[in-house]
Design a protein around this ligand. Structure first.
Ligand SMILES: [Zn+2]
Ligand SMILES: [Zn+2]
Length: 748
């Protein structure tokens, strides 16, 4: 087994778990490692690769997005900013002129700072998008330290370029088994050693494994023979102390104190002075330390500053120096604070909403509006539909769109009168904004302009309960709890037998004893409550389930199937329940039977007679433990021992909020009135963008086709048929699943 290097791990971090192996096996990882800023690559959205030919892009950015924090956690790993120089296939003319990204647009703007004449489209993406390198601008010179990626070897071989033979071959000096050997190698298979960090776990014990004195002088001699200029002037990439003696013993310094001493702050935006006639480099200060009795800084700049100190030498000398490949080291006295870093990014206050957010009007609607009825569903589809995203609002846009567009189960929230004793003073203001500015606009105009959502965010921000409501990205469940629980004090939808109540139920299971390859939400809901020893004390009018994952960072299962229907009969405390064998009133539960028999059946309730007749429980090895079921008197009276029980309680799926690399979107499932297959719509509040820094997002709702036929039945288990991209996305990204029970909604 090959171990991944730090550089490889960094490239794989932003890639979804399910795609990582593919990237390693199909050479995408190697492509990603080799391509640099300025290279031409072929890229395609991995979710749509069946539909699209790869497009030629130029790499405009490669690096970390560490300073772009997302709910307090940085984007992990290495990202690519690509710009296409030719029209993208299968995009309409509207998209071609715009910048489009699966990440929030302001991150894209950060990465691709300016738009050149002839740029058609920009994407910020991870490694899995890049399917090929077209034109590797790999200017190799003699004297360069390189790594040779030879398929025969477990680790790359390090050497020094002696001579460029032609545009395909280079003659490289390698140290093989203690002997110097010069080999002609394909340039394609080489990589500059400075672009590549060796995993510490692989590092040989010798402190100077690659450029010991003898190696260095041999390399210098070889380089001098081939190209006297390179040896004389010293190669920039090679590091300025290449042939110096080993560094003195390390004396640790406090980076924080050192930065303060120089009037700097760690992680602050800084400028690095460059030689005369060059603009200073912008970047961020990441580290300070002492190297060879000189104060040096670890800076994260787009390009390596001139005359930077050899990174590998600093890291060898200072074990606490950052190992991130995007960091270069320069003398600390070249670094100063960027005077522009406190510059505010908010637009001039005298702009009207239509100047800021486009000309589509969005009049506030008074009174009560019904959800969009099935005869008007067609009006929902198209560009500029749904809620217009602005500045990390996607979690809120996707959630509100799910809750209010086509269902009324949450309407109680909009209409409850203020209770002077119980409610907060801002209650009416927030409720009015939610109802008139957002829900009514969504239902009447099928469009909510971004300033309406900003107003709600401002009101919620003022409550001071959750910091950063105005600008930061949050989790949808955090928003639901803030809005429904804290601001509007709505009676919780979910009531548990432990006397706890909540608006969102987090699914969490110990899956160790089960074979859950592709679990559905119904199974996970039952397992969650069984393992916690909990029941629901009443049928919820709506049930929001959070899949077992934590945002974009952690997933218990690669994919989860949102069940289109949940049978919750067995989860209700007072509901008559059916024996899974004979259909009469069940008297006991056997949790050990759950998912054990009949192709992982979800049955676990029995009458005493059927339980005793079942061999599987009697097997002494199985040792199934039972729990008796206690019913209210009227239930036992009504059903007795002989009457069949036939009244399942079901919840219907109506929306799913999905997350992919910290961007939230929403799928709506529309149940047709006459039992025709449900329709599915897909909503993205930042689907498109008009203009760059001062522009605005264009939300969009698209038809997502027939998804029900994939979620129900056995098609997903058949590995010979590939689900369409929408279904793949739904399964791998589903985060919150919204269910309703209309009967319960009518009584409450
Ligand atoms: Zn029975
Ligand atoms: Zn059992």
């Amino acid at each position: 087994m090959k171990r991944l290097t730090v550089a490889q791990k960094d490239l794989l971090l932003p890639v979804p778990y399910s795609e990582r192996l593919f990237c390693i096996e199909k050479g995408l990882l190697q492509n990603g490692q080799r391509c640099q800023i300025g290279d031409c690559v072929l890229a395609v959205d991995p979710l749509k690769h069946e539909l699209r030919e790869p497009t030629k892009f130029t790499v405009r950015y490669k690096g970390s997005l560490r300073e772009r924090r997302d709910r307090g956690t940085p984007y992990a790993g290495i990202y690519f900013g690509l710009v296409s120089t030719e029209p993208v296939q299968n995009f309409g003319p509207r998209q071609i002129s715009c910048f489009k990204s699966i990440y929030s647009p302001d991150v894209l703007q950060y990465v691709i700072k300016e738009r050149n004449e002839g740029d058609h489209q920009a994407v910020l993406c991870s490694l899995d998008w890049i399917v090929g390198l077209v034109d590797k601008k790999f200017a190799l010179k003699s004297g360069d330290q390189v790594l040779w990626f030879d398929d025969e070897r477990p680790t790359p071989l390090r050497g020094v370029v002696v001579r460029i033979v032609n545009d395909k071959l280079a003659s490289v000096n390698f140290d093989m088994d203690g002997k110097k050997k010069s080999i002609d190698v394909e340039i394609e298979a080489l990589m500059l050693a400075s672009d590549y960090e060796v995993d510490t776990a692989e590092r040989p014990r010798s402190p100077y494994p690659f450029d010991s004195q003898s190696d260095a002088s041999a390399a210098a001699a070889a380089a001098a023979a081939a190209d006297p200029h390179a040896a004389a002037s010293g190669h920039r990439r090679q590091g300025s102390d290449y042939d110096n003696a080993p560094p003195p013993p390390y004396e640790p310094v406090d980076p924080l104190a050192l930065a303060t001493e120089h009037g700097l702050e760690l992680n602050a935006a800084i400028l690095v002075e460059e030689p005369r006639n060059h603009q200073p480099q912008q970047g961020f200060l990441r580290w300070c330390g002492s190297y060879r009795n000189e104060a040096i800084a670890g800076v994260d700049c787009e390009m390596t500053p001139f005359d930077s100190v050899s990174a590998s030498a600093v890291r060898r000398a200072c074990p606490d120096a950052p190992t991130d490949s995007s960091i270069s080291f320069v003398q600390l006295n070249r670094v100063r604070l960027d005077p522009r870093f406190r510059e505010t990014r908010s637009p001039a206050p005298d702009l009207t909403p239509s100047q800021r957010f486009g000309h589509k009007t969005c009049e506030i609607v008074d009174g009560d509006c019904k959800p969009v009825a099935h005869e008007h569903w067609g009006k929902l589809v198209g560009p500029s539909r749904g809620i217009q995203g602005h500045h990390n609002s996607c979690y809120l846009d996707a959630t509100l769109f799910a809750m209010f567009t086509t269902v009324s189960v949450f309407d109680g929230v909009l209409n409850r009168k203020r209770n002077k004793k119980k409610d907060i003073p801002e209650y009416e203001e927030i409720q009015k904004c939610l109802k008139l500015n957002i829900v009514n606009c969504l239902r009447e105009h099928q469009f909510v302009r971004a300033d309406h959502v900003i107003k709600l965010r401002e009101q919620l921000d003022k409550l001071g309960k959750v910091p950063g409501m105005l600008g930061e990205e949050k989790d949808p469940e955090e928003f639901i709890n803030l809005l429904l629980d804290h601001a509007l004090k709505h009676d919780p939808y979910i009531k548990l037998s432990s006397n706890q109540a909540c608006h969102v139920l987090q699914l969490f299971v110990d899956s160790s004893q089960y074979d859950l390859k592709l679990p559905d939400t119904e199974t996970l809901l039952h397992l969650t409550l069984l393992q916690a020893g909990l029941k629901l004390t009443q049928t919820p009018s709506c049930l929001v389930l959070q899949t077992p994952r934590s945002g974009k960072d952690y997933k218990l299962f690669d994919r989860v199937v949102p069940s289109t229907e949940l049978d919750i009969s067995n989860l209700l405390t007072e509901h008559p329940r059916q024996c899974c064998v004979c259909g009469k009133l069940a008297e006991l539960e056997c949790h050990d039977c759950f998912l054990q028999f009949q192709e992982a059946s979800k049955d676990y309730t029995f009458c005493k007679k059927c339980f005793d007749n079942n061999k599987d429980h009697k097997n002494p090895k199985a040792q199934h433990k039972t729990v008796g079921i206690k019913y209210p008197k009227q239930v036992t009276k009504k059903y007795g021992k002989d009457k069949p029980v036939e009244c399942p309680v079901k919840m219907k799926l109506f929306a799913v909020v999905c997350i992919h690399t910290s961007h939230y979107v929403c799928f709506l499932r529309l149940c047709q009135p006459d039992n025709r297959p449900a329709k599915w719509l897909f909503f993205d509040s930042m689907a498109d963008r008009s203009g760059l820094e001062s522009g605005y997002n264009i939300p969009e709702v698209t038809d997502a086709g027939d998804i029900d036929s994939w979620l129900n039945g056995s098609k997903l288990k058949d590995s010979s048929v590939q689900p369409p991209p929408e279904v793949k996305r739904l399964l791998s990204d589903c985060y919150l699943c919204f269910y309703s029970n209309e009967e319960a909604a009518m009584y409450r």
